[in-house]
Design a protein around this ligand. Structure first.
Ligand code: GDP
Ligand code: MN
Length: 376
């Protein structure tokens, strides 16, 4: 998962990398107070998970607290490259002598991390690499050795950065390995008028597979842009919001993807992707249905389960449980097949909920869900 700038800079600071003083807010009035605390002037920065915010108008310089309030008012609620701005960060401005680029990126072909450095930081590195490839240095890192001070000194020398950047490189490697990141990027790493190296911008992508051992993950999950995605993630569901009207729940990513196609083939559009996974329990089904039914865009839900490890009667039990907990107002078409399908059908028939429709095949289920979504 990609972190916001303010989260990424906290990680860097935690490993001893210098960052400017800064605070986040979603209120223009508070922005004024923050700027005052920072000493008056402030850089107002949109917190969106996209690069190139500067060029898109998402990074503005405020000369005093009143202007910080004004800039915050202007930036909040705008859209930066398709991302709505809900939060800004106000940072203490820094006098920049030079801007460098420093990153570790995963090279999947080599199966190794590569240090990427340039003395031409500030602008996007892809542009520098395209215009002047010789200005970008790439050095692979042996994962068993890591980045020692000696190794860092060599990389920094080869790239033409000041010698003291080696310390930043060593610390950045600690961020990468100890925080289980797949990418850490500082652009710009600024040389200040006072001769210090400060990370003015930070991008960190954490490895989702390491979630189990990163105890601070919970607080970062709040970073989900979509409240439904956040609630699904909190329940351990794989959910992606889409822009149609038919809610989709299935077991297994392949089945759910085919279901999206079949719905599209029926002239409707899926409202989401939700995979309850293999061996799903009644609780997982019930949680999934709760999430999908709380999406106001959903006009009908299609539950498509092919029971292998998953037992259809457990899934049906979850549906019944959700019916009692959520009290749906939209129709739910259920197709159950495979392991314990007959028992699953019996559970649904017992409940005889007026909004639950049983279908026997995937095509039939999709047709009915598409029809119900357009007529209710
Ligand atoms: P990005 O456009 O999303 O990469 O956002 P950045 O945080 O990198 O900001 C864009 C540019 O604004 C940077 O490359 C800097 O040149 C400039 N900038 C950011 N903070 C400061 C600051 O404190 N002082 C000065 N002078 N420039 C800054
Ligand atoms: Mn940047």
């Amino acid at each position: 998962m990609d972190l916001y700038e303010h989260q990424a800079r906290e990680l860097l600071a935690g490993h001893g990398i210098l960052v400017p003083r800064a605070e986040i807010t979603d209120s223009p009035c508070e922005a004024r107070a923050i700027a005052r605390r920072l000493g008056g002037p402030a850089v107002v920065k949109a917190q969106v998970r996209a690069g190139g915010r500067g060029k898109a108008g998402g990074v503005r310089f405020a000369a005093d607290p009143a202007e910080a309030e004004l800039m915050t008012r202007r930036i909040l609620g705008t859209d930066i490259k398709g991302h709505p701005v809900r939060t800004v960060m106000l940072a203490q401005p820094v006098d920049i002598e030079a801007e460098f680029y420093v990153a570790y990126v995963l090279d999947r072909t080599r199966g190794q991390f590569v240090a990427v450095l340039s003395t031409e930081g500030g602008t996007e590195i892809e542009e520098v690499a395209a215009a002047r490839p010789e200005a970008v240095i790439r050095v692979p890192v042996d994962p068993t050795e890591g980045v020692t001070p000696a190794k860092a000194a060599g990389i920094v020398r080869a790239a033409g950065l000041p010698a003291r950047a080696a310390d930043v490189l060593v610390r950045l490697w600690q961020v990468l390995t100890r925080e289980d990141a797949l990418l850490v990027e500082v652009n710009p790493l600024a040389l200040t008028a006072q001769g210090r190296l400060t990370a003015l911008d930070a991008k960190v992508t954490l490895d989702d597979n390491a979630r189990f051992r990163q105890t601070r993950w919970g607080e970062r999950d709040a970073a989900h842009d979509d409240p439904l995605e956040a609630s699904a993630a909190a329940r351990g569901l794989t959910y992606v919001k889409l822009d149609g009207e038919v809610g989709v729940i299935g077991n297994g990513a392949g089945l759910v993807m085919s279901t999206l196609d079949v719905i599209a083939g029926c002239g409707a559009r899926p409202a989401n992707f939700l995979d309850i996974g293999g061996g799903a329990s009644a609780r997982v089904m019930s949680d999934g249905l709760s999430v999908v039914l709380s999406d106001p865009d959903v006009e009908a839900v299609l539950v498509n389960v092919f029971g292998g490890i998953t037992a259809c009667d457990a899934v049906a039990g979850g549906i019944v449980r959700a019916l009692d907990a959520v009290r749906p107002t939209k129709p739910i078409v259920v197709r159950l097949d495979g392991n314990n399908a007959a028992r699953g059908h019996a559970v649904l028939d017992d409940r005889a909920h007026p909004l639950v429709h049983r279908a026997t095949t995937m095509d039939d289920a999709a047709r009915r869900a598409a029809h119900l979504a357009n007529t209710t």
